[in-house]
Ligand binder design. Structure first.
Ligand code: NI
Length: 136
């Protein structure tokens, strides 16, 4: 029996979407409000999904405490109340869009998770705008 277990999590962070190789006008046109040179915050919500076979002996797919601890150390401790552009090494060269943040979160969790599981990261930048990354 195969299924997906989810854990919800949350962090607050500031960012600016900006390409230094573009003019101010082009940055403003493409990135809009998220180009604000003074940075701005989002309340990011996540749904982290782990898929695999349920262990017939325990009835568990994964002990969700394990997933909780990975999310805490790899995502919350690394990103919560941070300026993503200036304080998080992964975004030195990567624009911190929701797409790229989901990608970074996926890679950080994947590195700590038993490889027998498939992982998916759903990241909400606003209650209505979200992305899903499954490592493809
Ligand atoms: Ni923004």
């Amino acid at each position: 029996m195969r299924l997906t277990a989810y854990r919800k999590a949350h962090f607050n962070a500031a960012h600016r979407l900006y390409r230094p190789d573009w003019s101010d006008e082009k940055n403003e046109k493409i990135f809009g409000k998220c180009n604000n040179p003074h940075f701005h915050g989002h309340n990011y919500d996540m749904e982290i999904g782990v898929s695999g076979e349920v262990d017939p002996e325990t009835g568990y797919l994964i002990d969700l405490k394990i997933l909780k601890d990975i999310i805490k150390s790899e995502v919350e401790d690394a990103l919560d109340h941070k300026n993503l552009n200036e304080e998080v090494p992964e975004f030195k060269e990567l624009i911190p869009t929701a797409e790229h943040i989901a990608f970074v979160i996926y890679n950080k969790i994947k590195a700590k998770l038993d490889p027998k599981y498939d992982l998916e990261v759903k990241l909400y930048e606003t209650p209505r705008n979200f992305v899903l990354y499954k490592g493809e």
